[in-house]
Design a protein around this ligand. Structure first.
Ligand SMILES: NC(=O)c1ccc[n+]([C@@H]2O[C@H](COP(=O)([O-])OP(=O)(O)OC[C@H]3O[C@@H](n4cnc5c(N)ncnc54)[C@H](OP(=O)(O)O)[C@@H]3O)[C@@H](O)[C@H]2O)c1
Length: 463
């Protein structure tokens, strides 16, 4: 799979041939790509349906600048978000600057290179710092700073889990990788997806909140409490109400996800389903569009439609939900654009370590649905005990566990006080031991009985 804008060091956009300059765009209708590439740098633009530039990415050997936001084609001055990534001569990220923060990365000479052998015998080499955090990964003999992708930040837990698997071995030693100054996580913190779009690390789910005022008020409440990411789906039947709630906010104040439902899968139907969702939500584009479930015999065609929707600017990122490693590998067989997100059920009772590990290696962000185990696990004594230490509720402890494992949780509540409570998790930090204790609760147990659909042996939904 290519399309990895975030691999530093001389990586050029694979989409634009050298010497290509200019491009067609038809204002008001389509053609969303336009590029410029010479031997020194690449510029790539993506446009919305109106022909306004949504994003400009400028890449050269040592620097990548991403300018995001709408600005008029004739007036390039209205860019409102600008992130600069600077790489050192070895190709490591050395600093990152955007509107809110500057992060400086310095690499030293102590530390550990560890080889992880996965259950399928693939080997992968990571660089660890003295805090046992993975900071870089060996890709094609190049160290790629993981901090660039903002993945694997507090990885201590994941290591603890994988070391318990007999097939995982660590071998030793070499470099050091130190993050000198890192931004503290807050409710607006983001992870950079494989196409460069920033997705909030924390969100709000609206399944089973009634359409109309109830969902509109919940969405308003969540956004006022600081949430940015809102997760709905066509099948939830509440997109219209979500759209009403969003009316009070600027488009850049929320990151909106919706999903194509099973019956709407296939190429043409997915294109139409997206159009219908956009209409109900009353937006020109969604930030993330997901294939809700892998439907047997359909999901590959669905993915082609997802790619087209992405290319045409109706959706800023595309991903999947309830997909296993098998399904993702199936998509790779024909995809031009890999999934950027996989939304799966994760809670301390169903930690999904192997699938998470796979997604991380593939550069796919992991998002957790039913992150609170649908409130069925909140009386677990270990969670209560850990919560008491920090004066936090079990729900807050669980959500913090997600964040510290680089999982994007999207808890749902239709109660204002719980919406706020769930967001109040940025003023404490679980220790490595506490993270381990919580992970050890795993029983691979779904919070919802998997009896909605019929599944084949690969976990694909049979319609
Ligand atoms: N892709 C998929 O297939 C899929 C499947 C399921 C869910 N999702 C998404 O994931 C989101 C979250 O999952 P979910 O709704 O299944 O479950 P969840 O967020 O794990 O749990 C929601 C339940 O927990 C309760 N709750 C929330 N905060 C609480 C707190 N602080 N204290 C006590 N109880 C609390 C809620 O009750 P109240 O509402 O009464 O507060 C509700 O009953 C969904 O809304 C949806 O957007 C996606």
């Amino acid at each position: 799979m290519e399309i990895r804008y975030d691999i530093p060091n001389k990586q050029q956009s694979p989409n634009i041939p050298i010497g290509f300059s200019g491009g067609l765009y038809d204002k008001g209708t389509k053609l969303v790509r336009f590029g410029y590439r010479d031997y020194d740098h690449t510029e790539e633009f993506s446009y919305d349906k109106q022909g306004n530039i949504l994003k400009q990415t400028i890449t050269n050997n040592t620097q990548k600048t991403i300018r995001q936001g709408a600005y008029d084609i004739d007036d390039r001055t209205k860019i409102f978000d600008n992130t600069n990534y600077i790489y050192n001569t070895d190709g490591y990220l050395s600093s990152k600057t955007d509107a809110q923060e500057t992060t400086t990365y310095t690499y030293g000479t102590l530390g550990e290179l560890r080889e992880v052998i996965l259950p399928n015998n693939d080997k992968i080499t990571y660089l660890y710092n003295s805090n046992n955090q993975r900071t870089a990964k060996l890709i094609n003999n190049q160290m790629v700073a993981l901090s660039l992708m903002e993945e694997l930040y507090a990885i201590g837990l994941l290591i603890a889990e994988t070391t318990t698997t007999p097939s995982v071995k660590f071998t030793a030693k070499l470099y050091n990788c130190k993050k000198i100054k890192g931004a503290k996580m807050n409710i607006k913190s983001t992870v950079t997806l494989s196409n460069g779009v920033k997705m909030p690390k924390f969100g709000f789910g609206v399944w089973q909140i009634n359409d109309g005022d109830e969902v509109a008020n919940s969405v308003r409440e969540a956004l006022r409490a600081g949430y940015v990411l809102i997760d709905t789906a066509a099948i939830y039947g509440n997109e219209k109400g979500v759209g009403e709630g969003l009316q009070d906010f600027r488009r850049d104040e929320f990151f909106l996800t919706t999903k194509v439902w099973n019956e709407e899968q296939g190429y043409d139907k997915t294109l139409r389903a997206c159009e219908e969702s956009l209409k109900r939500l009353d937006v020109d584009f969604v930030d993330l569009y997901l294939v809700h479930w892998p439907v047997k015999g359909k999901f590959a065609d669905t993915w082609r439609a997802m790619e087209r929707l992405y290319e045409e600017g109706f959706v800023r990122t595309i991903g999947v939900s309830n997909f296993t490693q098998f399904h993702i590998n199936e998509i790779y067989k024909n995809a031009h654009i890999p999934p950027m997100v996989n939304q799966i059920e994760i809670s301390p009772f169903i930690t999904q370590v192997p699938l998470r590990e796979f997604c991380v290696q593939e550069g796919i962000a992991v998002e957790a649905y039913s992150p609170l185990g649908r409130a069925k696990i909140l009386k677990t004594p270990q969670l209560i005990r850990i919560g008491e230490k920090y004066s936090k509720s079990p729900a807050q402890v669980i959500l913090r566990w997600h964040l510290q494992n680089d999982i994007i949780p999207i808890p749902k509540s239709s109660h204002a006080e719980r919406i706020r409570e769930n967001a109040d998790i940025f003023d404490f930090e679980l220790s490595a031991d506490e993270l381990k204790t919580i992970s050890a609760l795993n029983q691979n147990k779904h919070a919802i009985k998997q009896t909605f659909f019929q599944f084949d042996e690969q976990g694909s939904v049979i319609l």
